[in-house]
Design a protein around this ligand. Structure first.
Ligand code: CP
Length: 355
C-alpha cells in the first residue's frame, strides 16, 4: 500500500519498507545516477523546533537529487509570528511545493498538517510523540550492519517517555520477526501507556527495567537516547534525572563483540566520548544513512500526484486530555478519534474526553 503522508511509522508495511530500502541501496551504490531525479521538484522544510540532522539531511538529500528547497528553521521569521494558523501555513506551503517536511513541538502536528495539504506531509518529529524518518535511518543502519532485521535483542535506554525516536522505532521493529525489547529507563521516564498497550496487543516480547549494566551482555542493539530537557515542565526534575545513564568504554566491555551502539543524536552526556572510536559505535554512520534513506523517500514522495485536501469538518463533542496535543495549540482543529479504538486521540494517541 502506498504511503500518502508519512505521519507514523505504524502506517508503513514491511513490503513498503523493503522497496524503500532497496531504492536506498541503489542510491548508495550509484549516487550519480540519481543526481537529477528530483529536477524541477521543490521540498518545503518547515522546522518549528531546532534540528541539525533531520533538517540538513533532508535539505542535502533534496539537493543531491537535483531538487530545490524552500522553508525555514526560525518560525519567528514567518507569518506564524503574526498569528497565522498551522492550517493556513500548510495551505500556502503546499501550494508552492511538492512535499512538506515538518517538525513541530506539538504532538500530532503532522497529522493536523496533512488535513490541509495537497502534497505529502513528512513528519520530521511532532513533540515527544513520533519521528518516523529517524526510524527509517535506524532501520537502514541495522539492515546495513546486520544484513537484515530479525532475531534481535534490542535495548532502548534513556528517556522513553518523551523520546519520539524511541516510540517510532518500537512501532517499526515490532513488525519484524523475533525482536525482543529491553526498555531501560528510570520509572518516571518509562514508555507511555499507549506504547505499552500496542506492545501488549501484538504479544510482543518486552521487559521494562532500570539497570543498563545488567542488561548490556544480552543485547544485539543498544539504542541510547538523551534525557529530553525541553519536554520537562519542572527543570529540577531534569536536573535529577539527566545523568541516569552514561555509557562509557568500561561499561561497553560487558557488551557483545558485535553489539550495535546506536543513538539518534544529539547526545549530551549519555555516551562518553571514549566510546566514539569503538567499532560498535555506529551513531555517526547512522546519521549519514539518514541522508540516503531520506533521498529514497523524497524521490518517491515528491513524484506523487497533487491531491486537493478534502474539506475538514468539525467535531466538538470530543477533547484530547493531553495539553501537549496540537488540538490545544490549534483550537480550530477537528478532534478525531483513532479508528482502531474510537477512544484515543488520532493526533497524539493519548486518552480523549467526551464533553
Ligand atoms: N535525530 C534527530 O532528530 O536530530 P536533530 O534533532 O538534530 O534533527
Amino acid at each position: 500500500m502506498e504511503v500518502r503522508h508519512l505521519i507514523s511509522i505504524e502506517d508503513v508495511s514491511v513490503s513498503w519498507w523493503d522497496d524503500l530500502y532497496q531504492l536506498c541501496c541503489e542510491i548508495i551504490a550509484r549516487p550519480d545516477d540519481y543526481s537529477l531525479s528530483c529536477s524541477g521538484k521543490v521540498m518545503a522544510s518547515l522546522f518549528f523546533e531546532p534540528s541539525t540532522r533531520t533538517n540538513f539531511s533532508f535539505q542535502t538529500a533534496m539537493m543531491r537529487l537535483g531538487g530545490d528547497v524552500i522553508g525555514f528553521s526560525e518560525p519567528g521569521a514567518t507569518s506564524a509570528a503574526k498569528g497565522e494558523t498551522l492550517a493556513d501555513t500548510i495551505r500556502m506551503m503546499s501550494s508552492y511545493s511538492d512535499a512538506i517536511v515538518m517538525r513541530s513541538p506539538h504532538e500530532g502536528a503532522a497529522l493536523a498538517a496533512s488535513l490541509y495539504s495537497d502534497v505529502p506531509i513528512i513528519n520530521a518529529g511532532d513533540g515527544g510523540h513520533f519521528h518516523p524518518t529517524q526510524t527509517l535511518a535506524d532501520l537502514t543502519t541495522i539492515s546495513q550492519k546486520r544484513g537484515g532485521i530479525r532475531n534481535l535483542n534490542v535495548g532502548i535506554c534513556g528517556d522513553l517517555l518523551n523520546g519520539r525516536t524511541v516510540h517510532s522505532l518500537i512501532l517499526a521493529l515490532a513488525k519484524f520477526p523475533n525482536i525482543s525489547f529491553f526498555l531501560i529507563s528510570p520509572r518516571e521516564l518509562s514508555i507511555p501507556d499507549y506504547m505499552l498497550a500496542h506492545l501488549k496487543n501484538l504479544n510482543q516480547k518486552y521487559i521494562e527495567i532500570s539497570n543498563l549494566e545488567s542488561t548490556l551482555p544480552q543485547l544485539d542493539v543498544l539504542y541510547m537516547t538523551r534525557i529530553q530537557r525541553e519536554r520537562f515542565a519542572d527543570p529540577k526534575d531534569y536536573e535529577r534525572l539527566k545523568n541516569s545513564y552514561v555509557l562509557n568504554r568500561r561499561k561497553l566491555q560487558m557488551a557483545k563483540s558485535d553489539c550495535l551502539v546506536m543513538h539518534p543524536l544529539p547526545r549530551v552526556d549519555e555516551i562518553a566520548r571514549d566510546v566514539d572510536g569503538d567499532p560498535r559505535a555506529v551513531y555517526f554512520e547512522q546519521a549519514r544513512y539518514g541522508m540516503f534513506i531520506r533521498m529514497a523517500l523524497l524521490l518517491k514522495m515528491t513524484h506523487y500526484e497533487r491531491i486537493p485536501a478534502a474539506p475538514v469538518s468539525d467535531n466538538t463533542r470530543l477533547q484530547c486530555e493531553n495539553p501537549k496535543c496540537v488540538t490545544w495549540a490549534e483550537s480550530y482543529l477537528p478532534v478525531l478519534a483513532k479508528a482502531a479504538d474510537g477512544e484515543s486521540c488520532a493526533y497524539c494517541d493519548k486518552k480523549m474526553l467526551t464533553i
